[in-house]
Design a protein around this ligand. Structure first.
Ligand SMILES: Cc1cc2nc3c(=O)[nH]c(=O)nc-3n(C[C@H](O)[C@H](O)[C@H](O)COP(=O)(O)OP(=O)(O)OC[C@H]3O[C@@H](n4cnc5c(N)ncnc54)[C@H](O)[C@@H]3O)c2cc1C
Length: 480
Protein backbone atom coordinates (compact mmCIF):
# COMPACT_ATOMS: atom_id res chain seq x y z
CA UNK A 1 0.00 0.00 0.00
CA UNK A 2 2.81 2.42 0.82
CA UNK A 3 4.75 1.61 -2.31
CA UNK A 4 2.81 3.93 -4.58
CA UNK A 5 5.55 6.26 -5.81
CA UNK A 6 4.51 8.97 -8.22
CA UNK A 7 7.01 10.32 -10.75
CA UNK A 8 9.07 13.27 -9.49
CA UNK A 9 7.40 15.51 -12.09
CA UNK A 10 4.24 15.47 -9.91
CA UNK A 11 4.23 18.79 -8.03
CA UNK A 12 1.00 18.58 -6.05
CA UNK A 13 0.30 17.34 -2.56
CA UNK A 14 0.53 13.66 -1.56
CA UNK A 15 -1.27 12.49 1.58
CA UNK A 16 -0.65 8.99 2.93
CA UNK A 17 -2.01 6.97 5.86
CA UNK A 18 -0.12 8.16 8.96
CA UNK A 19 0.26 11.75 7.68
CA UNK A 20 -1.26 14.42 9.91
CA UNK A 21 -3.58 15.62 7.13
CA UNK A 22 -4.80 12.13 6.20
CA UNK A 23 -7.87 11.79 8.39
CA UNK A 24 -9.26 15.21 7.52
CA UNK A 25 -8.59 14.63 3.80
CA UNK A 26 -10.31 11.25 3.63
CA UNK A 27 -13.44 12.40 5.49
CA UNK A 28 -13.98 15.62 3.50
CA UNK A 29 -16.90 14.05 1.66
CA UNK A 30 -20.67 14.11 2.02
CA UNK A 31 -21.28 10.42 2.68
CA UNK A 32 -18.72 8.84 4.98
CA UNK A 33 -20.70 5.63 5.61
CA UNK A 34 -17.97 3.54 3.93
CA UNK A 35 -15.23 5.01 6.20
CA UNK A 36 -12.80 4.59 3.30
CA UNK A 37 -9.06 4.62 3.91
CA UNK A 38 -7.36 5.29 0.57
CA UNK A 39 -3.76 4.17 -0.04
CA UNK A 40 -2.75 7.59 -1.36
CA UNK A 41 -4.63 10.87 -1.83
CA UNK A 42 -3.00 13.15 -4.38
CA UNK A 43 -3.96 16.78 -4.89
CA UNK A 44 -2.73 17.92 -8.31
CA UNK A 45 -2.11 21.60 -8.89
CA UNK A 46 -2.56 21.57 -12.65
CA UNK A 47 -3.44 19.43 -15.65
CA UNK A 48 0.15 18.21 -16.06
CA UNK A 49 -0.04 16.76 -12.56
CA UNK A 50 -3.28 14.97 -13.44
CA UNK A 51 -1.69 13.57 -16.60
CA UNK A 52 1.33 12.37 -14.62
CA UNK A 53 -0.91 10.51 -12.16
CA UNK A 54 -2.96 8.89 -14.92
CA UNK A 55 0.18 7.80 -16.84
CA UNK A 56 1.47 6.24 -13.63
CA UNK A 57 -1.89 4.58 -12.88
CA UNK A 58 -2.23 3.23 -16.38
CA UNK A 59 1.34 1.87 -16.46
CA UNK A 60 0.62 -0.02 -13.23
CA UNK A 61 -3.02 -0.82 -14.13
CA UNK A 62 -4.15 0.91 -10.94
CA UNK A 63 -7.80 1.96 -10.71
CA UNK A 64 -8.19 5.61 -9.70
CA UNK A 65 -10.89 7.24 -7.58
CA UNK A 66 -11.65 10.91 -8.20
CA UNK A 67 -12.90 13.50 -5.75
CA UNK A 68 -14.33 16.65 -7.34
CA UNK A 69 -16.54 18.24 -4.68
CA UNK A 70 -17.02 15.03 -2.66
CA UNK A 71 -20.84 14.96 -2.87
CA UNK A 72 -21.22 11.57 -4.48
CA UNK A 73 -24.10 9.75 -2.80
CA UNK A 74 -22.16 6.48 -2.70
CA UNK A 75 -19.11 8.29 -1.36
CA UNK A 76 -17.12 7.08 -4.35
CA UNK A 77 -14.78 10.08 -4.30
CA UNK A 78 -12.84 8.29 -1.51
CA UNK A 79 -12.28 4.56 -1.84
CA UNK A 80 -10.64 2.07 0.47
CA UNK A 81 -7.02 1.20 -0.49
CA UNK A 82 -7.30 3.20 -3.72
CA UNK A 83 -5.23 5.92 -5.35
CA UNK A 84 -7.41 9.05 -5.15
CA UNK A 85 -7.09 12.20 -7.25
CA UNK A 86 -8.55 14.96 -5.09
CA UNK A 87 -9.19 18.17 -7.06
CA UNK A 88 -9.27 20.40 -3.97
CA UNK A 89 -6.31 22.48 -5.19
CA UNK A 90 -7.60 23.07 -8.74
CA UNK A 91 -10.22 25.75 -8.14
CA UNK A 92 -9.75 28.48 -10.76
CA UNK A 93 -12.78 30.10 -12.44
CA UNK A 94 -12.51 32.60 -15.27
CA UNK A 95 -15.48 34.39 -16.77
CA UNK A 96 -15.66 35.92 -20.23
CA UNK A 97 -18.70 38.21 -20.00
CA UNK A 98 -18.52 39.25 -23.66
CA UNK A 99 -18.63 35.67 -24.91
CA UNK A 100 -20.93 34.68 -22.03
CA UNK A 101 -18.87 31.71 -20.97
CA UNK A 102 -17.06 30.49 -17.88
CA UNK A 103 -14.13 28.10 -17.54
CA UNK A 104 -13.98 26.28 -14.24
CA UNK A 105 -11.44 23.77 -12.96
CA UNK A 106 -12.61 20.39 -11.73
CA UNK A 107 -12.25 21.25 -8.03
CA UNK A 108 -14.59 24.24 -8.21
CA UNK A 109 -17.75 24.13 -6.09
CA UNK A 110 -21.13 25.38 -7.32
CA UNK A 111 -21.05 28.39 -5.01
CA UNK A 112 -17.64 29.43 -6.32
CA UNK A 113 -18.80 29.24 -9.93
CA UNK A 114 -22.01 31.16 -9.13
CA UNK A 115 -20.14 33.90 -7.28
CA UNK A 116 -17.75 34.41 -10.19
CA UNK A 117 -20.49 34.52 -12.85
CA UNK A 118 -23.03 36.53 -10.83
CA UNK A 119 -20.43 39.30 -10.52
CA UNK A 120 -21.27 39.84 -14.22
CA UNK A 121 -25.02 39.22 -13.74
CA UNK A 122 -24.63 35.90 -15.52
CA UNK A 123 -25.21 32.31 -14.43
CA UNK A 124 -25.20 28.78 -15.77
CA UNK A 125 -27.51 25.93 -14.79
CA UNK A 126 -26.24 24.13 -11.70
CA UNK A 127 -27.47 22.38 -8.56
CA UNK A 128 -29.06 23.80 -5.44
CA UNK A 129 -26.49 23.17 -2.68
CA UNK A 130 -23.47 25.42 -2.94
CA UNK A 131 -20.73 23.04 -1.71
CA UNK A 132 -21.52 20.42 -4.39
CA UNK A 133 -18.71 19.92 -6.93
CA UNK A 134 -19.23 21.12 -10.49
CA UNK A 135 -17.34 18.10 -11.86
CA UNK A 136 -19.47 15.22 -10.57
CA UNK A 137 -22.67 17.22 -11.04
CA UNK A 138 -21.88 18.08 -14.65
CA UNK A 139 -20.51 14.70 -15.70
CA UNK A 140 -23.67 13.05 -14.35
CA UNK A 141 -26.20 15.59 -15.68
CA UNK A 142 -27.06 18.58 -13.50
CA UNK A 143 -30.52 19.83 -12.55
CA UNK A 144 -31.34 23.00 -10.66
CA UNK A 145 -33.35 26.22 -10.49
CA UNK A 146 -32.47 27.39 -14.00
CA UNK A 147 -33.12 24.15 -15.89
CA UNK A 148 -36.73 24.94 -16.82
CA UNK A 149 -35.50 28.15 -18.45
CA UNK A 150 -32.16 27.06 -19.93
CA UNK A 151 -32.02 23.23 -19.96
CA UNK A 152 -29.93 20.96 -17.73
CA UNK A 153 -26.29 21.60 -16.86
CA UNK A 154 -25.03 19.32 -19.63
CA UNK A 155 -27.11 21.29 -22.15
CA UNK A 156 -24.95 24.26 -21.18
CA UNK A 157 -21.53 22.65 -21.43
CA UNK A 158 -19.48 23.88 -24.38
CA UNK A 159 -16.34 21.81 -23.83
CA UNK A 160 -14.32 19.75 -21.41
CA UNK A 161 -10.58 19.76 -21.06
CA UNK A 162 -9.70 16.27 -19.95
CA UNK A 163 -7.00 13.70 -19.35
CA UNK A 164 -7.58 10.24 -20.77
CA UNK A 165 -7.03 7.11 -18.67
CA UNK A 166 -3.64 6.68 -20.36
CA UNK A 167 -2.61 10.20 -19.43
CA UNK A 168 -3.15 12.18 -22.63
CA UNK A 169 -4.52 15.71 -22.54
CA UNK A 170 -7.49 16.24 -24.84
CA UNK A 171 -10.12 18.84 -25.66
CA UNK A 172 -13.59 17.33 -25.79
CA UNK A 173 -16.14 19.40 -27.68
CA UNK A 174 -18.72 18.86 -30.42
CA UNK A 175 -16.10 18.95 -33.17
CA UNK A 176 -12.97 17.36 -31.72
CA UNK A 177 -14.48 14.30 -30.02
CA UNK A 178 -18.24 14.37 -30.60
CA UNK A 179 -18.89 10.86 -29.23
CA UNK A 180 -16.93 11.49 -26.06
CA UNK A 181 -18.62 14.89 -25.71
CA UNK A 182 -21.97 13.09 -25.85
CA UNK A 183 -20.86 10.50 -23.26
CA UNK A 184 -19.26 12.93 -20.79
CA UNK A 185 -22.49 14.90 -20.65
CA UNK A 186 -24.29 12.48 -18.36
CA UNK A 187 -22.25 9.26 -18.50
CA UNK A 188 -20.34 10.24 -15.34
CA UNK A 189 -16.57 10.08 -14.86
CA UNK A 190 -16.36 6.79 -16.77
CA UNK A 191 -14.43 7.92 -19.82
CA UNK A 192 -11.82 10.52 -18.91
CA UNK A 193 -10.78 12.77 -16.06
CA UNK A 194 -12.29 16.22 -16.59
CA UNK A 195 -9.84 18.94 -15.61
CA UNK A 196 -11.68 22.07 -16.79
CA UNK A 197 -15.28 22.59 -17.90
CA UNK A 198 -16.48 25.41 -20.14
CA UNK A 199 -20.07 26.58 -19.56
CA UNK A 200 -22.48 28.78 -21.47
CA UNK A 201 -23.80 31.62 -19.30
CA UNK A 202 -27.15 33.41 -19.33
CA UNK A 203 -28.19 36.80 -18.02
CA UNK A 204 -29.72 36.43 -14.56
CA UNK A 205 -32.39 38.78 -13.23
CA UNK A 206 -31.43 40.88 -10.25
CA UNK A 207 -33.33 40.49 -8.04
CA UNK A 208 -34.92 37.12 -8.63
CA UNK A 209 -37.93 36.09 -6.52
CA UNK A 210 -37.72 33.12 -4.24
CA UNK A 211 -37.49 31.52 -0.86
CA UNK A 212 -39.13 28.87 1.25
CA UNK A 213 -42.62 28.51 2.65
CA UNK A 214 -43.31 26.08 5.49
CA UNK A 215 -46.69 24.45 6.17
CA UNK A 216 -48.03 22.20 8.92
CA UNK A 217 -49.25 18.64 8.31
CA UNK A 218 -52.95 19.45 8.39
CA UNK A 219 -52.64 21.58 5.24
CA UNK A 220 -50.29 19.21 3.46
CA UNK A 221 -52.69 17.30 1.19
CA UNK A 222 -54.45 20.45 -0.02
CA UNK A 223 -51.20 22.27 -0.50
CA UNK A 224 -49.59 19.48 -2.51
CA UNK A 225 -52.60 19.37 -4.85
CA UNK A 226 -52.42 23.15 -5.30
CA UNK A 227 -48.66 23.05 -5.92
CA UNK A 228 -48.99 20.25 -8.46
CA UNK A 229 -51.57 22.24 -10.45
CA UNK A 230 -49.48 25.41 -10.25
CA UNK A 231 -46.28 23.72 -11.39
CA UNK A 232 -47.83 21.59 -14.12
CA UNK A 233 -48.65 24.70 -16.14
CA UNK A 234 -45.96 26.97 -14.75
CA UNK A 235 -43.93 29.20 -17.07
CA UNK A 236 -40.25 28.39 -17.52
CA UNK A 237 -39.19 31.19 -15.21
CA UNK A 238 -40.70 29.37 -12.25
CA UNK A 239 -38.97 26.39 -10.62
CA UNK A 240 -39.99 24.73 -7.40
CA UNK A 241 -39.30 21.75 -5.14
CA UNK A 242 -41.50 20.32 -2.40
CA UNK A 243 -39.87 18.83 0.68
CA UNK A 244 -42.17 16.58 2.70
CA UNK A 245 -41.23 15.10 6.08
CA UNK A 246 -40.50 15.91 9.69
CA UNK A 247 -39.50 19.56 9.88
CA UNK A 248 -35.80 20.05 10.59
CA UNK A 249 -34.26 21.71 13.63
CA UNK A 250 -33.10 24.61 11.49
CA UNK A 251 -33.43 28.27 12.49
CA UNK A 252 -36.05 28.95 9.79
CA UNK A 253 -38.49 26.53 11.50
CA UNK A 254 -40.08 27.82 14.73
CA UNK A 255 -38.97 25.65 17.66
CA UNK A 256 -42.45 24.31 18.44
CA UNK A 257 -42.57 22.76 14.95
CA UNK A 258 -39.18 21.02 15.08
CA UNK A 259 -39.51 17.26 14.45
CA UNK A 260 -43.18 17.66 13.60
CA UNK A 261 -44.58 16.70 10.19
CA UNK A 262 -44.74 19.45 7.61
CA UNK A 263 -44.18 20.50 4.03
CA UNK A 264 -41.69 23.02 2.69
CA UNK A 265 -42.11 24.64 -0.71
CA UNK A 266 -38.90 26.07 -2.14
CA UNK A 267 -39.26 28.46 -5.04
CA UNK A 268 -37.11 30.34 -7.54
CA UNK A 269 -38.63 32.67 -10.13
CA UNK A 270 -36.18 34.27 -12.55
CA UNK A 271 -38.65 36.51 -14.43
CA UNK A 272 -39.58 40.11 -13.65
CA UNK A 273 -41.01 40.89 -10.22
CA UNK A 274 -44.40 41.61 -11.78
CA UNK A 275 -44.41 38.23 -13.52
CA UNK A 276 -43.31 36.47 -10.35
CA UNK A 277 -46.05 38.13 -8.37
CA UNK A 278 -48.59 36.96 -10.96
CA UNK A 279 -47.24 33.42 -11.37
CA UNK A 280 -46.95 32.79 -7.64
CA UNK A 281 -50.32 34.33 -6.74
CA UNK A 282 -52.20 31.03 -6.11
CA UNK A 283 -49.50 29.91 -3.68
CA UNK A 284 -49.25 33.28 -1.93
CA UNK A 285 -53.04 33.56 -1.69
CA UNK A 286 -53.26 30.12 -0.09
CA UNK A 287 -51.56 31.50 3.04
CA UNK A 288 -51.47 29.11 6.02
CA UNK A 289 -47.68 29.20 6.31
CA UNK A 290 -46.12 28.54 9.70
CA UNK A 291 -42.82 30.07 8.60
CA UNK A 292 -40.84 31.27 5.63
CA UNK A 293 -41.11 33.90 2.97
CA UNK A 294 -40.94 34.33 -0.80
CA UNK A 295 -39.45 37.68 -1.69
CA UNK A 296 -37.18 39.53 -4.12
CA UNK A 297 -33.65 38.38 -3.38
CA UNK A 298 -30.36 37.59 -5.07
CA UNK A 299 -29.79 34.47 -7.12
CA UNK A 300 -26.77 33.73 -4.90
CA UNK A 301 -29.03 33.75 -1.87
CA UNK A 302 -31.37 31.24 -3.53
CA UNK A 303 -28.38 29.10 -4.50
CA UNK A 304 -27.41 28.67 -0.87
CA UNK A 305 -30.79 28.53 0.87
CA UNK A 306 -30.63 24.71 0.94
CA UNK A 307 -27.01 24.47 2.10
CA UNK A 308 -27.96 22.89 5.41
CA UNK A 309 -28.61 19.71 3.39
CA UNK A 310 -24.97 19.50 2.31
CA UNK A 311 -23.14 18.95 5.58
CA UNK A 312 -20.11 16.70 5.11
CA UNK A 313 -19.01 13.78 7.23
CA UNK A 314 -22.22 11.88 8.03
CA UNK A 315 -23.84 8.77 6.58
CA UNK A 316 -26.32 9.19 3.74
CA UNK A 317 -28.49 7.28 1.31
CA UNK A 318 -30.79 8.44 -1.44
CA UNK A 319 -33.13 6.93 -4.02
CA UNK A 320 -34.97 8.75 -6.75
CA UNK A 321 -36.89 8.52 -9.99
CA UNK A 322 -38.91 10.39 -12.62
CA UNK A 323 -42.67 10.58 -12.74
CA UNK A 324 -44.53 11.39 -15.97
CA UNK A 325 -45.92 14.95 -16.33
CA UNK A 326 -49.56 13.95 -15.79
CA UNK A 327 -49.88 12.57 -12.31
CA UNK A 328 -53.04 12.39 -10.21
CA UNK A 329 -53.34 12.76 -6.45
CA UNK A 330 -52.02 9.29 -5.73
CA UNK A 331 -48.24 9.91 -5.66
CA UNK A 332 -48.74 12.92 -3.40
CA UNK A 333 -50.96 10.93 -1.02
CA UNK A 334 -48.46 8.08 -0.84
CA UNK A 335 -45.57 10.45 -0.29
CA UNK A 336 -47.46 12.13 2.52
CA UNK A 337 -48.26 8.89 4.29
CA UNK A 338 -44.66 7.69 4.05
CA UNK A 339 -42.94 10.99 4.72
CA UNK A 340 -44.77 11.47 8.00
CA UNK A 341 -43.79 8.00 9.16
CA UNK A 342 -40.00 8.24 9.28
CA UNK A 343 -37.52 6.55 11.61
CA UNK A 344 -37.18 8.59 14.82
CA UNK A 345 -34.49 11.26 14.85
CA UNK A 346 -31.65 10.15 17.15
CA UNK A 347 -29.14 12.90 16.46
CA UNK A 348 -29.54 16.49 15.30
CA UNK A 349 -28.31 15.62 11.76
CA UNK A 350 -30.79 12.76 11.29
CA UNK A 351 -33.27 13.47 8.57
CA UNK A 352 -35.60 11.59 6.24
CA UNK A 353 -37.51 13.59 3.63
CA UNK A 354 -39.04 13.16 0.21
CA UNK A 355 -38.45 15.86 -2.35
CA UNK A 356 -40.52 16.44 -5.47
CA UNK A 357 -39.12 18.69 -8.18
CA UNK A 358 -40.87 19.89 -11.33
CA UNK A 359 -38.80 19.12 -14.42
CA UNK A 360 -40.02 20.06 -17.92
CA UNK A 361 -39.78 23.45 -19.62
CA UNK A 362 -36.53 23.89 -21.57
CA UNK A 363 -35.37 20.45 -20.41
CA UNK A 364 -37.80 18.97 -22.93
CA UNK A 365 -36.21 20.89 -25.80
CA UNK A 366 -33.14 18.66 -25.75
CA UNK A 367 -34.07 15.34 -27.29
CA UNK A 368 -33.23 12.08 -25.60
CA UNK A 369 -30.31 11.36 -27.95
CA UNK A 370 -28.66 14.79 -27.53
CA UNK A 371 -26.54 13.73 -24.54
CA UNK A 372 -26.09 10.72 -22.28
CA UNK A 373 -28.25 12.70 -19.80
CA UNK A 374 -31.41 14.04 -21.39
CA UNK A 375 -34.51 13.73 -19.20
CA UNK A 376 -36.85 14.68 -22.04
CA UNK A 377 -40.44 13.87 -21.08
CA UNK A 378 -39.81 13.49 -17.35
CA UNK A 379 -42.46 15.54 -15.57
CA UNK A 380 -41.20 15.40 -12.01
CA UNK A 381 -38.27 14.03 -10.03
CA UNK A 382 -38.88 12.48 -6.63
CA UNK A 383 -36.06 11.64 -4.29
CA UNK A 384 -36.06 10.11 -0.84
CA UNK A 385 -33.12 11.52 1.10
CA UNK A 386 -31.84 10.19 4.41
CA UNK A 387 -28.89 11.22 6.55
CA UNK A 388 -27.85 9.93 9.98
CA UNK A 389 -24.97 9.86 12.45
CA UNK A 390 -25.20 6.65 14.50
CA UNK A 391 -24.34 3.31 12.83
CA UNK A 392 -27.48 1.51 14.00
CA UNK A 393 -29.63 4.07 12.18
CA UNK A 394 -28.32 2.81 8.82
CA UNK A 395 -30.80 0.00 8.31
CA UNK A 396 -34.00 1.80 9.39
CA UNK A 397 -33.04 4.84 7.28
CA UNK A 398 -32.22 2.84 4.15
CA UNK A 399 -35.30 0.71 4.61
CA UNK A 400 -37.46 3.81 4.80
CA UNK A 401 -36.01 5.21 1.56
CA UNK A 402 -36.67 1.86 -0.15
CA UNK A 403 -40.26 1.92 1.06
CA UNK A 404 -40.75 5.28 -0.71
CA UNK A 405 -39.36 3.74 -3.89
CA UNK A 406 -41.71 0.77 -3.55
CA UNK A 407 -44.70 3.03 -2.94
CA UNK A 408 -44.00 4.96 -6.14
CA UNK A 409 -42.91 1.97 -8.19
CA UNK A 410 -46.03 1.92 -10.39
CA UNK A 411 -45.70 5.55 -11.53
CA UNK A 412 -41.90 5.77 -11.66
CA UNK A 413 -40.37 5.71 -15.15
CA UNK A 414 -37.53 3.28 -15.97
CA UNK A 415 -35.15 6.09 -16.87
CA UNK A 416 -33.43 7.67 -13.92
CA UNK A 417 -31.06 10.52 -13.08
CA UNK A 418 -27.95 8.72 -11.87
CA UNK A 419 -26.55 11.61 -9.79
CA UNK A 420 -29.46 11.88 -7.38
CA UNK A 421 -29.66 8.27 -6.31
CA UNK A 422 -27.29 5.64 -4.98
CA UNK A 423 -25.93 2.94 -7.26
CA UNK A 424 -28.35 0.05 -7.67
CA UNK A 425 -26.31 -2.23 -9.90
CA UNK A 426 -25.84 -2.87 -13.59
CA UNK A 427 -29.42 -3.78 -14.53
CA UNK A 428 -30.67 -0.62 -12.91
CA UNK A 429 -27.99 1.48 -14.65
CA UNK A 430 -28.93 -0.04 -17.99
CA UNK A 431 -32.56 0.93 -17.43
CA UNK A 432 -31.52 4.37 -16.15
CA UNK A 433 -29.96 5.24 -19.54
CA UNK A 434 -32.14 2.98 -21.69
CA UNK A 435 -30.74 0.02 -23.67
CA UNK A 436 -29.73 1.98 -26.72
CA UNK A 437 -27.83 4.72 -24.94
CA UNK A 438 -26.28 2.27 -22.50
CA UNK A 439 -24.93 0.25 -25.41
CA UNK A 440 -23.30 3.34 -26.85
CA UNK A 441 -21.77 4.14 -23.46
CA UNK A 442 -20.39 0.60 -23.15
CA UNK A 443 -18.80 0.91 -26.55
CA UNK A 444 -17.22 4.27 -25.76
CA UNK A 445 -15.99 2.91 -22.44
CA UNK A 446 -14.25 0.07 -24.30
CA UNK A 447 -12.66 2.63 -26.61
CA UNK A 448 -11.47 5.12 -23.97
CA UNK A 449 -11.01 3.08 -20.78
CA UNK A 450 -10.74 -0.61 -21.70
CA UNK A 451 -9.06 -1.45 -18.36
CA UNK A 452 -11.83 0.30 -16.46
CA UNK A 453 -9.32 2.35 -14.46
CA UNK A 454 -12.13 4.87 -13.87
CA UNK A 455 -14.45 2.45 -12.11
CA UNK A 456 -15.38 4.21 -8.89
CA UNK A 457 -18.58 5.73 -10.21
CA UNK A 458 -21.92 4.54 -11.56
CA UNK A 459 -19.77 2.20 -13.54
CA UNK A 460 -20.36 1.45 -17.21
CA UNK A 461 -18.20 -1.56 -17.93
CA UNK A 462 -16.35 -1.79 -21.25
CA UNK A 463 -18.64 -3.68 -23.63
CA UNK A 464 -19.20 -4.48 -27.25
CA UNK A 465 -22.21 -2.21 -27.48
CA UNK A 466 -24.44 -5.12 -28.42
CA UNK A 467 -27.42 -3.22 -27.10
CA UNK A 468 -26.47 -0.02 -28.97
CA UNK A 469 -29.29 -0.03 -31.47
CA UNK A 470 -27.78 1.81 -34.50
CA UNK A 471 -26.83 -1.42 -36.22
CA UNK A 472 -27.97 -4.97 -35.92
CA UNK A 473 -26.80 -6.59 -32.67
CA UNK A 474 -25.20 -9.43 -34.62
CA UNK A 475 -22.98 -7.13 -36.66
CA UNK A 476 -21.97 -5.07 -33.64
CA UNK A 477 -20.91 -8.16 -31.70
CA UNK A 478 -19.03 -9.64 -34.61
CA UNK A 479 -17.18 -6.39 -35.30
CA UNK A 480 -15.55 -6.14 -31.89
C1 LIG B 1 -26.48 17.64 -0.59
C2 LIG B 1 -26.51 17.32 -2.04
C3 LIG B 1 -27.25 18.12 -2.90
C4 LIG B 1 -27.29 17.84 -4.26
N1 LIG B 1 -28.03 18.65 -5.09
C5 LIG B 1 -28.04 18.41 -6.42
C6 LIG B 1 -28.77 19.26 -7.32
O1 LIG B 1 -29.38 20.23 -6.91
N2 LIG B 1 -28.73 18.96 -8.64
C7 LIG B 1 -28.05 17.90 -9.13
O2 LIG B 1 -28.06 17.72 -10.34
N3 LIG B 1 -27.37 17.08 -8.32
C8 LIG B 1 -27.35 17.30 -6.99
N4 LIG B 1 -26.67 16.45 -6.15
C9 LIG B 1 -26.03 15.27 -6.72
C10 LIG B 1 -24.67 15.61 -7.27
O3 LIG B 1 -24.83 16.08 -8.59
C11 LIG B 1 -23.79 14.37 -7.29
O4 LIG B 1 -23.64 13.89 -5.99
C12 LIG B 1 -22.44 14.68 -7.91
O5 LIG B 1 -21.82 13.48 -8.21
C13 LIG B 1 -21.56 15.50 -7.00
O6 LIG B 1 -20.36 15.84 -7.62
P1 LIG B 1 -19.04 16.08 -6.75
O7 LIG B 1 -17.97 16.48 -7.66
O8 LIG B 1 -19.38 16.95 -5.59
O9 LIG B 1 -18.85 14.62 -6.14
P2 LIG B 1 -17.59 13.63 -6.05
O10 LIG B 1 -17.94 12.70 -4.93
O11 LIG B 1 -16.33 14.35 -5.95
O12 LIG B 1 -17.67 12.90 -7.43
C14 LIG B 1 -18.85 12.29 -7.90
C15 LIG B 1 -18.52 11.28 -8.98
O13 LIG B 1 -17.94 11.93 -10.10
C16 LIG B 1 -16.61 11.47 -10.33
N5 LIG B 1 -15.78 12.63 -10.61
C17 LIG B 1 -15.64 13.73 -9.84
N6 LIG B 1 -14.81 14.60 -10.42
C18 LIG B 1 -14.41 14.05 -11.58
C19 LIG B 1 -13.56 14.48 -12.62
N7 LIG B 1 -12.94 15.66 -12.58
N8 LIG B 1 -13.37 13.66 -13.69
C20 LIG B 1 -13.98 12.44 -13.74
N9 LIG B 1 -14.79 11.99 -12.77
C21 LIG B 1 -15.02 12.79 -11.70
C22 LIG B 1 -16.22 10.78 -9.06
O14 LIG B 1 -15.27 9.77 -9.28
C23 LIG B 1 -17.52 10.23 -8.54
O15 LIG B 1 -17.82 9.00 -9.15
C24 LIG B 1 -26.59 16.72 -4.78
C25 LIG B 1 -25.86 15.90 -3.91
C26 LIG B 1 -25.82 16.19 -2.56
C27 LIG B 1 -25.05 15.30 -1.64
Amino acid sequence: VHELTLPTSFRGEQIRPGDGAYNAARTRIFNTAADAKPALIVRPIDVDDVAAVMRYASAHELPVAIRGGGHDLDGSGMVDSALVIDFTRMRRVTVDPAQRLARADAGVLLGELDRATCAHRLATVSGTVSNTGIAGLTLGGGIGWLMRKHGTTVDNVLAFEAVTPIGERILVDPTSHPDLFWAMRGGGGNFAVATTIVYRLHPIASPVTGGRLVYAAEDAAELIALWRGLMLDAPRELASTLIIGMLPRFPFVPKQHHDRPGVQVTVCHVGSQEQAERDLRPLLDYGNTIAGQVKPTSYLEIQSMSDAMGIHGYCAYELGGYLPPRIDDRPGERLLARAFDTPPRRSPVDGAVVMLTRMGGAVDEHPDESAAFAPEGAGWYWNAVVQWALPDQAEPMRKWARSVRDDLHEETLDRCYVNLTVDQGEDWLRRAYGERKYGRLEQLKAEWDPLNLLRYNKNVRPGNGASHGHESPGLMTAGR
